[in-house]
Design a protein around this ligand. Structure first.
Ligand SMILES: [Mg+2]
Ligand SMILES: [Zn+2]
Length: 221
């Protein structure tokens, strides 16, 4: 059976949650007032992002400079390379913005996989957010990871084993459809509470080691 790996970005590929921290910084902490409703599900990710974007006024240069303070998680570049060599498809699936995902991956020269995220751009001192990925049923997400995984399965005749790697509430919909889940932080709490089996991990060296042990990735020669 073939394996496809879907991986969250904020707090997973990066050490910290870039979207939240960026909005927190440029809104002077005002976005915190949205978090309880977002975490409880009363405020959708889509509305949360739109409201956060309205709170900030910064130029593209100011934002890019700020973004350079964020780091990619240990072992991610090597992990992406392993996937490429093993011909295992890797998809970054994010309910955040391409604006910072593209910037950080390009900065660290990491590429070779598909990225499915929301769209953000700066016009003057204003941030514009758009949602190119439509959800059919999910009222909660901007870009629903569960729906993206189901679309992948529907597009392929062969059966795939779906591995999902994540760290937070934006990953909840993926846990219902993925076969194997790597979780930490809020996502781990959610899995425990909901009785969902998961593997704990810290960085991508852990994930790589486990996937090699299961032979879902092949050993480098
Ligand atoms: Mg995350
Ligand atoms: Zn969803």
């Amino acid at each position: 059976m073939k394996t496809v790996i879907f991986c969250d970005f904020d707090g997973t590929v990066t050490r910290r949650d870039v979207g939240y921290t960026m909005f927190h910084h440029f809104s002077n902490g005002k976005n915190d007032e949205l978090m309880p409703d977002w975490k409880s599900g009363a405020l959708s990710s889509r509305d949360c992002l739109l409201r956060e974007a309205e709170m900030i006024h910064a130029t593209e240069d100011e934002i890019r400079q700020y973004l350079n303070g964020f780091e990619i998680q240990d072992g991610f570049a090597e992990f992406a390379e392993h996937c490429r060599r093993s011909e295992t498809e890797l998809v970054i699936v994010s309910d955040g913005l391409d604006l910072y995902i593209d910037h950080l991956l390009k900065r660290d020269k990491i590429s070779g996989f598909e990225i499915l995220s929301n769209h953000g751009r700066v016009e003057g001192r204003r941030m514009v957010v758009e949602f190119p990925h439509k959800n059919h049923t999910c009222p909660r997400c901007g870009n629903c990871k569960g729906e993206r995984i189901e679309e992948f399965r529907a597009r392929h005749k062969e059966e795939y084993r779906v591995v999902f790697i994540g760290d937070g509430y934006s990953d909840v919909c993926a846990t219902g459809v993925a076969d194997i889940i790597f979780a930490k932080k809020d996502l781990e709490q959610y899995c425990v509470k909901s009785n969902i089996a998961y593997y704990r991990y810290h960085d991508f060296f852990d994930v790589t080691r486990q996937l090699l042990a299961w032979r879902f990735l092949s050993q480098p020669r």
